[in-house]
Design a protein around this ligand. Structure first.
Ligand code: ADP
Length: 489
Protein backbone atom coordinates (compact mmCIF):
# COMPACT_ATOMS: atom_id res chain seq x y z
CA UNK A 1 0.00 0.00 0.00
CA UNK A 2 1.13 3.57 -0.76
CA UNK A 3 0.73 6.42 1.72
CA UNK A 4 0.20 9.94 0.34
CA UNK A 5 0.99 12.73 2.80
CA UNK A 6 -0.26 16.16 1.75
CA UNK A 7 -2.15 18.99 3.46
CA UNK A 8 -4.06 19.70 0.26
CA UNK A 9 -7.13 17.48 -0.20
CA UNK A 10 -7.27 18.19 -3.94
CA UNK A 11 -3.70 17.00 -4.42
CA UNK A 12 -4.45 13.86 -2.45
CA UNK A 13 -7.58 13.23 -4.50
CA UNK A 14 -5.87 13.56 -7.90
CA UNK A 15 -2.83 11.49 -6.85
CA UNK A 16 -5.09 8.80 -5.41
CA UNK A 17 -7.06 8.61 -8.66
CA UNK A 18 -3.86 8.38 -10.69
CA UNK A 19 -2.36 5.58 -8.59
CA UNK A 20 -5.59 3.65 -8.19
CA UNK A 21 -6.03 3.71 -11.95
CA UNK A 22 -2.83 1.61 -12.04
CA UNK A 23 -4.18 -0.78 -9.42
CA UNK A 24 -2.12 0.49 -6.47
CA UNK A 25 -3.78 0.48 -3.09
CA UNK A 26 -3.58 3.92 -1.59
CA UNK A 27 -3.96 5.50 1.87
CA UNK A 28 -3.66 9.18 2.78
CA UNK A 29 -2.65 11.47 5.66
CA UNK A 30 -3.02 15.24 5.98
CA UNK A 31 -0.02 15.89 8.20
CA UNK A 32 3.33 14.48 9.30
CA UNK A 33 1.88 13.42 12.69
CA UNK A 34 -1.03 11.59 11.11
CA UNK A 35 1.36 9.97 8.59
CA UNK A 36 3.64 8.70 11.38
CA UNK A 37 0.68 7.31 13.33
CA UNK A 38 -0.53 5.42 10.27
CA UNK A 39 2.94 4.21 9.26
CA UNK A 40 3.55 2.76 12.71
CA UNK A 41 0.23 0.92 12.57
CA UNK A 42 0.13 -0.25 8.93
CA UNK A 43 2.68 -1.53 6.47
CA UNK A 44 3.45 0.74 3.49
CA UNK A 45 5.58 -0.04 0.51
CA UNK A 46 6.09 3.65 -0.37
CA UNK A 47 5.34 7.13 0.97
CA UNK A 48 4.65 10.11 -1.32
CA UNK A 49 5.41 13.12 0.81
CA UNK A 50 4.61 16.76 0.09
CA UNK A 51 7.55 18.94 1.14
CA UNK A 52 5.60 22.13 1.82
CA UNK A 53 3.14 21.52 4.56
CA UNK A 54 2.13 23.85 7.41
CA UNK A 55 3.59 22.76 10.74
CA UNK A 56 6.01 19.92 10.12
CA UNK A 57 7.39 20.10 6.57
CA UNK A 58 8.22 17.05 4.43
CA UNK A 59 11.88 16.91 5.44
CA UNK A 60 11.03 17.02 9.11
CA UNK A 61 8.51 14.21 8.62
CA UNK A 62 11.24 12.15 6.88
CA UNK A 63 13.60 12.82 9.76
CA UNK A 64 10.92 11.72 12.20
CA UNK A 65 10.37 8.50 10.22
CA UNK A 66 14.07 7.75 10.39
CA UNK A 67 13.81 7.43 14.18
CA UNK A 68 11.57 4.35 14.10
CA UNK A 69 12.71 0.93 12.96
CA UNK A 70 9.32 0.22 11.40
CA UNK A 71 9.32 3.32 9.23
CA UNK A 72 13.05 3.88 8.73
CA UNK A 73 13.28 1.92 5.55
CA UNK A 74 10.11 2.87 3.72
CA UNK A 75 11.10 4.60 0.46
CA UNK A 76 9.93 8.21 0.09
CA UNK A 77 9.16 10.28 -2.97
CA UNK A 78 9.14 13.99 -2.10
CA UNK A 79 6.83 16.31 -4.00
CA UNK A 80 8.45 19.69 -4.12
CA UNK A 81 7.69 22.98 -5.86
CA UNK A 82 11.33 23.67 -6.53
CA UNK A 83 14.19 21.52 -7.62
CA UNK A 84 15.26 20.29 -4.20
CA UNK A 85 18.82 19.67 -3.32
CA UNK A 86 19.32 15.99 -2.52
CA UNK A 87 21.56 16.83 0.40
CA UNK A 88 18.54 18.14 2.33
CA UNK A 89 16.30 15.34 1.35
CA UNK A 90 18.65 12.62 2.56
CA UNK A 91 19.27 14.35 5.86
CA UNK A 92 18.71 11.77 8.60
CA UNK A 93 17.18 9.31 6.20
CA UNK A 94 20.15 7.49 4.79
CA UNK A 95 18.86 3.95 4.77
CA UNK A 96 15.56 4.43 2.97
CA UNK A 97 15.09 4.89 -0.78
CA UNK A 98 14.75 8.59 -1.64
CA UNK A 99 13.63 10.45 -4.74
CA UNK A 100 11.70 13.52 -5.62
CA UNK A 101 9.28 14.83 -8.21
CA UNK A 102 8.83 18.53 -8.91
CA UNK A 103 5.49 20.23 -9.11
CA UNK A 104 3.51 20.50 -11.29
CA UNK A 105 3.63 16.72 -11.30
CA UNK A 106 4.23 14.89 -14.52
CA UNK A 107 2.01 11.80 -13.98
CA UNK A 108 4.15 9.57 -16.17
CA UNK A 109 7.34 10.37 -14.32
CA UNK A 110 5.64 9.92 -10.96
CA UNK A 111 4.17 6.55 -12.01
CA UNK A 112 7.55 5.42 -13.33
CA UNK A 113 9.20 6.24 -10.01
CA UNK A 114 6.38 4.70 -7.99
CA UNK A 115 6.62 1.49 -9.97
CA UNK A 116 10.40 1.33 -9.57
CA UNK A 117 10.22 1.87 -5.81
CA UNK A 118 7.36 -0.53 -5.48
CA UNK A 119 9.30 -3.23 -7.25
CA UNK A 120 12.43 -2.51 -5.22
CA UNK A 121 10.44 -2.65 -2.04
CA UNK A 122 8.86 -5.94 -3.05
CA UNK A 123 12.29 -7.40 -3.81
CA UNK A 124 13.74 -6.18 -0.57
CA UNK A 125 10.79 -7.68 1.31
CA UNK A 126 11.36 -11.01 -0.45
CA UNK A 127 15.05 -10.82 0.43
CA UNK A 128 14.23 -10.12 4.04
CA UNK A 129 11.92 -13.10 4.09
CA UNK A 130 14.66 -15.34 2.67
CA UNK A 131 17.13 -13.96 5.14
CA UNK A 132 14.70 -14.64 7.96
CA UNK A 133 14.28 -18.24 6.77
CA UNK A 134 18.04 -18.68 6.57
CA UNK A 135 18.47 -17.29 10.05
CA UNK A 136 15.84 -19.71 11.34
CA UNK A 137 17.59 -22.61 9.62
CA UNK A 138 20.98 -21.66 11.02
CA UNK A 139 19.42 -21.36 14.45
CA UNK A 140 17.76 -24.77 14.05
CA UNK A 141 21.03 -26.35 13.00
CA UNK A 142 22.88 -24.80 15.88
CA UNK A 143 20.23 -26.11 18.25
CA UNK A 144 20.33 -29.64 16.84
CA UNK A 145 24.13 -29.58 16.97
CA UNK A 146 23.93 -28.59 20.60
CA UNK A 147 21.38 -31.36 21.29
CA UNK A 148 23.59 -33.91 19.54
CA UNK A 149 26.56 -32.79 21.54
CA UNK A 150 24.53 -33.14 24.72
CA UNK A 151 23.41 -36.63 23.74
CA UNK A 152 26.96 -37.57 22.84
CA UNK A 153 28.28 -36.24 26.15
CA UNK A 154 25.56 -38.15 27.97
CA UNK A 155 26.44 -41.35 26.07
CA UNK A 156 30.14 -40.95 26.87
CA UNK A 157 29.30 -40.29 30.51
CA UNK A 158 27.39 -43.57 30.61
CA UNK A 159 30.27 -45.45 28.98
CA UNK A 160 32.55 -43.91 31.58
CA UNK A 161 30.37 -45.34 34.35
CA UNK A 162 30.55 -48.92 32.98
CA UNK A 163 32.55 -51.50 34.92
CA UNK A 164 34.06 -52.58 31.58
CA UNK A 165 36.57 -51.02 29.23
CA UNK A 166 34.48 -49.25 26.60
CA UNK A 167 35.29 -47.67 23.25
CA UNK A 168 33.64 -46.48 20.05
CA UNK A 169 34.85 -46.55 16.47
CA UNK A 170 33.76 -44.12 13.78
CA UNK A 171 32.42 -45.26 10.40
CA UNK A 172 36.01 -45.53 9.07
CA UNK A 173 37.01 -47.84 11.91
CA UNK A 174 39.13 -45.31 13.82
CA UNK A 175 38.83 -45.20 17.59
CA UNK A 176 36.98 -42.00 18.49
CA UNK A 177 36.25 -42.54 22.17
CA UNK A 178 37.66 -44.63 25.00
CA UNK A 179 36.67 -44.57 28.67
CA UNK A 180 39.23 -44.19 31.44
CA UNK A 181 39.56 -47.92 32.09
CA UNK A 182 41.12 -48.23 28.62
CA UNK A 183 44.35 -46.77 29.95
CA UNK A 184 44.81 -49.66 32.39
CA UNK A 185 45.67 -51.77 29.33
CA UNK A 186 46.76 -49.34 26.61
CA UNK A 187 48.96 -46.28 26.81
CA UNK A 188 47.48 -44.52 23.84
CA UNK A 189 44.07 -43.67 22.54
CA UNK A 190 44.76 -44.89 19.00
CA UNK A 191 46.02 -48.41 19.68
CA UNK A 192 44.28 -51.47 21.04
CA UNK A 193 45.66 -53.18 24.16
CA UNK A 194 48.41 -55.73 23.62
CA UNK A 195 47.22 -59.36 23.52
CA UNK A 196 48.99 -62.58 24.47
CA UNK A 197 51.24 -63.97 21.74
CA UNK A 198 49.04 -67.12 21.44
CA UNK A 199 45.81 -65.12 21.12
CA UNK A 200 44.25 -63.36 18.18
CA UNK A 201 45.15 -59.81 17.25
CA UNK A 202 42.34 -57.39 18.16
CA UNK A 203 42.85 -54.96 15.28
CA UNK A 204 42.81 -57.79 12.71
CA UNK A 205 39.66 -59.36 14.15
CA UNK A 206 37.93 -55.98 14.21
CA UNK A 207 38.96 -55.35 10.62
CA UNK A 208 37.31 -58.63 9.54
CA UNK A 209 34.15 -58.05 11.50
CA UNK A 210 33.80 -54.53 10.06
CA UNK A 211 34.30 -55.91 6.59
CA UNK A 212 31.55 -58.49 7.15
CA UNK A 213 29.37 -55.95 9.00
CA UNK A 214 28.87 -58.48 11.81
CA UNK A 215 29.13 -58.14 15.58
CA UNK A 216 32.25 -59.55 17.20
CA UNK A 217 32.69 -61.76 20.26
CA UNK A 218 36.21 -62.79 21.16
CA UNK A 219 38.08 -64.09 24.21
CA UNK A 220 41.64 -62.81 24.51
CA UNK A 221 44.27 -62.26 27.16
CA UNK A 222 45.39 -58.62 27.50
CA UNK A 223 48.43 -57.28 29.27
CA UNK A 224 47.70 -55.02 32.24
CA UNK A 225 50.15 -52.16 32.14
CA UNK A 226 50.92 -51.70 35.85
CA UNK A 227 51.34 -55.41 36.73
CA UNK A 228 52.39 -56.88 33.36
CA UNK A 229 49.98 -59.80 33.93
CA UNK A 230 47.77 -61.10 31.15
CA UNK A 231 44.10 -61.22 32.05
CA UNK A 232 41.33 -62.88 30.07
CA UNK A 233 38.81 -60.45 28.56
CA UNK A 234 35.70 -60.92 26.51
CA UNK A 235 35.63 -58.42 23.66
CA UNK A 236 32.18 -57.62 22.31
CA UNK A 237 31.63 -55.13 19.51
CA UNK A 238 28.40 -54.24 17.73
CA UNK A 239 27.54 -51.94 14.83
CA UNK A 240 25.30 -48.90 15.36
CA UNK A 241 23.05 -48.48 12.35
CA UNK A 242 21.64 -45.26 10.91
CA UNK A 243 19.06 -46.59 8.48
CA UNK A 244 20.88 -49.13 6.31
CA UNK A 245 24.36 -47.76 7.01
CA UNK A 246 26.70 -48.42 9.88
CA UNK A 247 27.28 -45.10 11.64
CA UNK A 248 29.80 -46.36 14.16
CA UNK A 249 30.69 -49.29 16.42
CA UNK A 250 30.47 -49.71 20.20
CA UNK A 251 32.73 -52.15 21.99
CA UNK A 252 33.48 -53.39 25.50
CA UNK A 253 36.17 -55.54 27.09
CA UNK A 254 34.83 -57.47 30.09
CA UNK A 255 37.34 -58.94 32.53
CA UNK A 256 36.58 -62.70 32.70
CA UNK A 257 39.84 -63.77 34.32
CA UNK A 258 38.17 -65.01 37.56
CA UNK A 259 35.51 -66.86 35.62
CA UNK A 260 38.22 -68.49 33.48
CA UNK A 261 40.13 -69.56 36.61
CA UNK A 262 37.00 -71.19 38.07
CA UNK A 263 36.37 -72.92 34.73
CA UNK A 264 39.93 -74.20 34.67
CA UNK A 265 39.63 -75.54 38.22
CA UNK A 266 36.37 -77.25 37.27
CA UNK A 267 38.01 -78.83 34.22
CA UNK A 268 40.91 -80.02 36.34
CA UNK A 269 38.52 -81.51 38.87
CA UNK A 270 36.57 -83.27 36.10
CA UNK A 271 39.75 -84.63 34.63
CA UNK A 272 40.98 -86.00 37.97
CA UNK A 273 37.55 -87.34 38.97
CA UNK A 274 36.94 -89.13 35.68
CA UNK A 275 40.43 -90.67 35.73
CA UNK A 276 39.97 -91.86 39.29
CA UNK A 277 36.51 -93.28 38.54
CA UNK A 278 37.65 -95.10 35.46
CA UNK A 279 40.05 -97.49 37.26
CA UNK A 280 37.61 -99.00 39.81
CA UNK A 281 34.92 -99.17 37.14
CA UNK A 282 37.17 -101.22 34.87
CA UNK A 283 37.76 -103.64 37.79
CA UNK A 284 34.03 -103.89 38.51
CA UNK A 285 33.39 -104.66 34.87
CA UNK A 286 36.07 -107.36 34.80
CA UNK A 287 34.83 -108.99 38.02
CA UNK A 288 31.23 -109.05 36.78
CA UNK A 289 32.35 -110.79 33.61
CA UNK A 290 34.33 -113.28 35.73
CA UNK A 291 31.32 -113.86 37.94
CA UNK A 292 29.11 -114.44 34.93
CA UNK A 293 31.51 -117.02 33.54
CA UNK A 294 31.94 -118.78 36.91
CA UNK A 295 28.25 -118.93 37.76
CA UNK A 296 27.25 -120.37 34.37
CA UNK A 297 23.67 -119.28 34.94
CA UNK A 298 20.74 -120.41 32.82
CA UNK A 299 19.82 -117.51 30.49
CA UNK A 300 16.24 -117.68 31.84
CA UNK A 301 17.30 -117.45 35.48
CA UNK A 302 16.46 -114.30 37.38
CA UNK A 303 20.11 -113.96 38.51
CA UNK A 304 21.22 -113.91 34.86
CA UNK A 305 18.90 -110.99 34.11
CA UNK A 306 20.24 -109.15 37.19
CA UNK A 307 23.78 -109.58 35.91
CA UNK A 308 22.76 -108.28 32.46
CA UNK A 309 21.17 -105.23 34.08
CA UNK A 310 24.31 -104.59 36.15
CA UNK A 311 26.39 -104.81 32.96
CA UNK A 312 24.08 -102.37 31.13
CA UNK A 313 24.40 -99.88 33.97
CA UNK A 314 28.17 -100.34 34.06
CA UNK A 315 28.27 -99.64 30.30
CA UNK A 316 26.24 -96.44 30.79
CA UNK A 317 28.56 -95.34 33.58
CA UNK A 318 31.52 -96.19 31.40
CA UNK A 319 30.17 -94.03 28.53
CA UNK A 320 29.60 -91.11 30.92
CA UNK A 321 33.10 -91.33 32.34
CA UNK A 322 34.64 -91.75 28.87
CA UNK A 323 32.79 -88.65 27.69
CA UNK A 324 34.03 -86.68 30.68
CA UNK A 325 37.54 -87.84 29.96
CA UNK A 326 37.12 -86.77 26.35
CA UNK A 327 36.08 -83.29 27.51
CA UNK A 328 39.21 -82.93 29.61
CA UNK A 329 41.30 -84.25 26.70
CA UNK A 330 39.77 -81.56 24.46
CA UNK A 331 40.53 -78.91 27.08
CA UNK A 332 44.14 -80.01 27.24
CA UNK A 333 44.47 -80.38 23.47
CA UNK A 334 45.00 -84.12 23.91
CA UNK A 335 42.04 -85.54 22.00
CA UNK A 336 43.99 -87.52 19.47
CA UNK A 337 42.54 -88.33 16.08
CA UNK A 338 44.21 -91.14 14.16
CA UNK A 339 43.19 -90.99 10.53
CA UNK A 340 43.42 -94.14 8.40
CA UNK A 341 41.89 -94.81 5.00
CA UNK A 342 38.63 -96.66 5.67
CA UNK A 343 35.36 -97.36 3.92
CA UNK A 344 32.85 -94.84 5.23
CA UNK A 345 29.81 -96.97 4.39
CA UNK A 346 31.00 -99.77 6.69
CA UNK A 347 31.37 -97.44 9.64
CA UNK A 348 27.92 -95.99 8.98
CA UNK A 349 26.33 -99.45 8.70
CA UNK A 350 28.05 -100.59 11.92
CA UNK A 351 26.77 -97.55 13.80
CA UNK A 352 23.18 -98.12 12.69
CA UNK A 353 23.39 -101.81 13.67
CA UNK A 354 24.87 -100.96 17.07
CA UNK A 355 22.02 -98.56 17.75
CA UNK A 356 19.39 -101.11 16.74
CA UNK A 357 21.05 -103.77 18.96
CA UNK A 358 21.47 -101.61 22.00
CA UNK A 359 17.97 -100.11 21.90
CA UNK A 360 15.66 -103.04 22.55
CA UNK A 361 12.68 -101.31 21.05
CA UNK A 362 10.75 -102.68 18.08
CA UNK A 363 9.25 -99.30 17.24
CA UNK A 364 12.61 -97.84 16.16
CA UNK A 365 12.81 -97.56 12.37
CA UNK A 366 15.94 -96.24 10.66
CA UNK A 367 15.55 -95.56 6.92
CA UNK A 368 18.39 -94.79 4.53
CA UNK A 369 18.14 -92.11 1.84
CA UNK A 370 20.74 -91.13 -0.74
CA UNK A 371 23.55 -93.19 -2.29
CA UNK A 372 25.67 -95.70 -0.34
CA UNK A 373 28.69 -93.90 1.03
CA UNK A 374 30.98 -96.49 -0.50
CA UNK A 375 34.15 -94.40 -0.50
CA UNK A 376 37.52 -94.79 1.08
CA UNK A 377 38.71 -91.71 2.89
CA UNK A 378 41.13 -90.97 5.70
CA UNK A 379 39.33 -90.71 9.05
CA UNK A 380 39.33 -91.98 12.62
CA UNK A 381 36.69 -94.72 12.41
CA UNK A 382 36.21 -95.03 16.19
CA UNK A 383 35.72 -91.30 16.65
CA UNK A 384 33.41 -90.92 13.64
CA UNK A 385 31.36 -93.87 14.90
CA UNK A 386 31.15 -92.02 18.21
CA UNK A 387 29.66 -89.01 16.36
CA UNK A 388 27.17 -91.17 14.45
CA UNK A 389 26.10 -93.02 17.62
CA UNK A 390 25.63 -89.69 19.35
CA UNK A 391 23.46 -88.29 16.55
CA UNK A 392 21.41 -91.50 16.36
CA UNK A 393 20.91 -91.96 20.10
CA UNK A 394 19.96 -88.27 20.47
CA UNK A 395 17.47 -88.71 17.62
CA UNK A 396 15.83 -91.54 19.57
CA UNK A 397 16.12 -89.89 22.98
CA UNK A 398 14.60 -86.55 21.91
CA UNK A 399 11.74 -88.13 19.92
CA UNK A 400 9.71 -89.90 22.61
CA UNK A 401 6.60 -90.14 20.45
CA UNK A 402 8.10 -91.04 17.07
CA UNK A 403 10.94 -93.48 16.56
CA UNK A 404 11.28 -93.03 12.83
CA UNK A 405 14.75 -91.84 11.83
CA UNK A 406 16.12 -91.05 8.39
CA UNK A 407 19.85 -91.29 7.67
CA UNK A 408 20.72 -89.47 4.45
CA UNK A 409 24.06 -89.60 2.67
CA UNK A 410 25.39 -87.21 0.02
CA UNK A 411 28.56 -87.61 -1.96
CA UNK A 412 30.43 -85.34 -4.34
CA UNK A 413 34.02 -85.02 -5.47
CA UNK A 414 34.99 -83.02 -2.37
CA UNK A 415 33.18 -84.51 0.58
CA UNK A 416 30.83 -87.00 2.11
CA UNK A 417 27.88 -85.70 4.10
CA UNK A 418 25.66 -87.60 6.53
CA UNK A 419 22.53 -86.26 8.13
CA UNK A 420 20.31 -87.79 10.78
CA UNK A 421 16.71 -86.63 10.79
CA UNK A 422 14.22 -87.23 13.56
CA UNK A 423 10.61 -86.19 14.09
CA UNK A 424 10.95 -85.32 17.76
CA UNK A 425 10.71 -82.29 20.00
CA UNK A 426 13.01 -80.03 17.95
CA UNK A 427 15.15 -77.11 19.18
CA UNK A 428 14.18 -73.41 19.20
CA UNK A 429 15.98 -71.31 16.58
CA UNK A 430 17.93 -69.12 18.95
CA UNK A 431 19.33 -72.12 20.89
CA UNK A 432 20.55 -74.10 17.91
CA UNK A 433 24.09 -72.69 17.83
CA UNK A 434 24.57 -73.31 21.53
CA UNK A 435 23.94 -77.09 21.49
CA UNK A 436 27.55 -77.67 20.40
CA UNK A 437 28.85 -75.84 23.47
CA UNK A 438 30.24 -77.65 26.49
CA UNK A 439 27.60 -78.67 29.09
CA UNK A 440 24.84 -76.90 27.18
CA UNK A 441 21.37 -78.42 27.41
CA UNK A 442 18.17 -76.91 26.05
CA UNK A 443 16.28 -75.88 29.20
CA UNK A 444 12.87 -76.90 27.92
CA UNK A 445 13.93 -80.54 27.57
CA UNK A 446 16.65 -80.84 30.21
CA UNK A 447 14.34 -82.07 32.96
CA UNK A 448 12.52 -84.62 30.85
CA UNK A 449 15.62 -86.25 29.31
CA UNK A 450 18.80 -87.39 31.03
CA UNK A 451 22.14 -86.14 29.83
CA UNK A 452 25.15 -83.97 30.56
CA UNK A 453 25.24 -81.78 27.45
CA UNK A 454 28.70 -82.85 26.32
CA UNK A 455 27.98 -85.35 23.52
CA UNK A 456 27.59 -82.76 20.76
CA UNK A 457 30.51 -80.72 22.11
CA UNK A 458 32.77 -83.78 21.67
CA UNK A 459 31.22 -84.46 18.22
CA UNK A 460 31.96 -80.93 17.03
CA UNK A 461 35.56 -81.22 18.24
CA UNK A 462 36.02 -84.58 16.46
CA UNK A 463 34.60 -83.15 13.21
CA UNK A 464 36.67 -79.98 13.58
CA UNK A 465 39.81 -82.07 13.86
CA UNK A 466 38.82 -83.87 10.64
CA UNK A 467 38.44 -80.43 8.99
CA UNK A 468 34.79 -81.17 8.35
CA UNK A 469 31.66 -79.16 9.14
CA UNK A 470 28.88 -79.86 11.61
CA UNK A 471 25.44 -78.29 12.00
CA UNK A 472 21.73 -78.69 12.31
CA UNK A 473 18.36 -77.47 11.23
CA UNK A 474 15.37 -77.88 13.48
CA UNK A 475 11.82 -76.81 14.16
CA UNK A 476 10.17 -77.04 17.56
CA UNK A 477 7.56 -79.82 17.59
CA UNK A 478 8.52 -81.08 14.13
CA UNK A 479 12.00 -82.52 14.55
CA UNK A 480 15.69 -81.98 13.87
CA UNK A 481 18.33 -82.81 11.31
CA UNK A 482 21.93 -83.01 12.49
CA UNK A 483 24.63 -83.32 9.86
CA UNK A 484 28.38 -83.46 9.43
CA UNK A 485 30.70 -83.51 6.44
CA UNK A 486 34.14 -85.01 5.97
CA UNK A 487 36.52 -83.95 3.22
CA UNK A 488 37.51 -86.76 0.89
CA UNK A 489 41.16 -85.69 0.87
P1 ADP B 1 22.80 -84.49 26.15
O1 ADP B 1 21.88 -85.15 25.19
O2 ADP B 1 23.58 -85.43 26.99
O3 ADP B 1 22.12 -83.43 26.95
P2 ADP B 1 24.20 -83.44 23.80
O4 ADP B 1 25.46 -82.65 23.76
O5 ADP B 1 24.14 -84.67 23.01
O6 ADP B 1 23.92 -83.69 25.35
O7 ADP B 1 23.04 -82.48 23.34
C1 ADP B 1 22.98 -81.16 23.85
C2 ADP B 1 21.55 -80.68 23.91
O8 ADP B 1 21.03 -80.53 22.57
C3 ADP B 1 20.60 -81.67 24.54
O9 ADP B 1 20.55 -81.48 25.95
C4 ADP B 1 19.27 -81.36 23.89
O10 ADP B 1 18.66 -80.28 24.58
C5 ADP B 1 19.67 -80.88 22.50
N1 ADP B 1 19.53 -81.93 21.47
C6 ADP B 1 20.50 -82.73 20.98
N2 ADP B 1 20.01 -83.54 20.01
C7 ADP B 1 18.71 -83.24 19.89
C8 ADP B 1 17.64 -83.74 19.05
N3 ADP B 1 17.83 -84.70 18.15
N4 ADP B 1 16.41 -83.18 19.21
C9 ADP B 1 16.19 -82.21 20.11
N5 ADP B 1 17.15 -81.71 20.93
C10 ADP B 1 18.39 -82.22 20.82
Amino acid sequence: MILIVDDNQNNIFSLKKLLESKNFRVDAANSGEEALGKALKNTYALIILDVQMPGMDGFEVAELFSGYSKTREIPIIFLSAVNTDKRFITKGYASGGIDYVTKPIDPEILLLKVKTFYKLQEQSLAMKKTQHHLELEVKGRKESQATMKNENDHFHLMLEALPQIAFTLNGEGQIDFVNNRWYEYADSFEHFPETHIDDKNIAEEIFHCRKNKRPLELEIRMRKLNTDEYRYHLLRMSPVFEGENIKNWVGTFTDIEDQKKVEKEKDEFLSIASHELKTPLTSIKAYIQLLERKLKLEPTAAEASYLTKVQTQIDKLNTLITDLLDVSKIENGKLKITKKPENFEEVLKNSIETILHTHHDDTIRIDRHGPLADVILPFDAIRIEQVLLNFLSNAIKYSPKNHHIIVTTFLDEHEVKVSVTDFGIGIPDYKQDAVFKKFYRVEESSLQFQGMGIGLYICSEIIKQHRGTIGLSSKVGEGSTFYFTLPLN
